[in-house]
Write a new protein. Sequence first.
Lengths: 253, 222
Amino acid sequence: MASLIDLANPTRFMRLSAALLPWFAAAAAVFLATGLYLAWFVAPADYQQGETIRIMFIHVPAAWLAMMFYSVMAVSAFGTLVWRHPLADVAQKAAAPIGACFALVCLITGALWGKPMWGTYWVWDARLTSVLVLLLIYLGIIALWRVLDEPLRAARAVAILTLVGFVNVPIIKFSVDWWNTLHQPASVLRMGGPTIHPSMLWPLLILAIGFTLFALALHMLGMRAEIMRRRVRTLTILEAERLDRLAAQGAAA
Amino acid sequence: MRRAFLAILKRDLALAARAGGGGELALVFFLTLVVLVPFALGPDLNLLSRIGPAILWLGALLSVLIGLDRLFQSDEEDGSLDLIRASALPLELAVLSKGLAHWLTTGLPLALVSPLLGLLVALPGEGVLPLIATLLVGTPALSFIGAGGAALAASLRRGGLIVPVLVAPLTVPVLIFGVSAANAALGGTVPFLTPFLILCAISLMAIVVGTIAAAAALRSVD
């Protein structure tokens, strides 16, 4: 927690993130390259699904990241409302489009996988429906950010919406256990350990780490951009006030 | 405190009754939706009666969503919201009374009118009372989740469709269990009480969470 308080200073955050960003990006590139090579050339084709199993290496990390970024937003929302952490709202705002894109990638790759496997692009089972609802909540959050213009007020309103919508995340995770779904049940994060073979598990985990580093690098970039956007906004307001004062003095003189 | 609660309740009921654009408009919108669906689907009564409860529930949901703007926006515009915030009554109780007034003028009439609209979709006789019951229990959830969404967008001039877009994903469980209960009463393997009691539970939780979220959103305006 002490380090989070240190990071509350935007200038210090900008310096730290400027130093860290190249490392995150490089590490992401290494992990992604390794993972994609392993996924494409080394991992075996599935005995039942053949080569289409390789969609899993994109689909599963995208799903994990969509949920992880919603959790990042929820934790930041908590930070905004409860601790009034100065950068928590910046973190929230930057996380929203990234998480939404991952949710969309998850749904699209899932549909492309479902057509050869299940015979349909879409089915209204619990897992797919709850991820679609997650995407809708993401889009609602992004819409609310754009509609409210003052940043701090917008942050608190969006924080409340994020926390209310967080109930969907455990529903997604446990949907394959609670309902009879077409989507397969949990194979990695479950009691009793993963049921997926190591030759496929390792590329999956490497790609998951790679995508996570990539997404975190994007998140840091987004936060830096948002901080700079706010600075520009403040400077614009101050300049407008200065011109107003000059005009008032000019009119009085 | 009770007097303040009742005062807000009476004021909102009077405004909804007099100022127009309140409950009556939601009823007319409900009628419009239920009339539009057979135009889209065709006059096959068998098809309509199979999806009748779903049409009526969707109509009720959309009618409640459309009318959520007026919950806080007019009060924000004329300054009464500031007075309510500054009063001794806790903001949660003020939201509770406004939400209750909204339900009494929107959800309750929708639930009571639904049998008549059930005739338009050939709802079987044994489905009427269960449908009214599910709507009576489910529309408070819609009003209060909607109050949470409306509070977030209270100060917007050109809000547009933002409140329905925000609220709709959160009302999905209410819709699912409401239609499930209404359908269960028409036959099938699931007993009526199972989804109905879950609907009651969701409603009670939604009333609490919606009230707290709306009060937090109204408080965070400055």
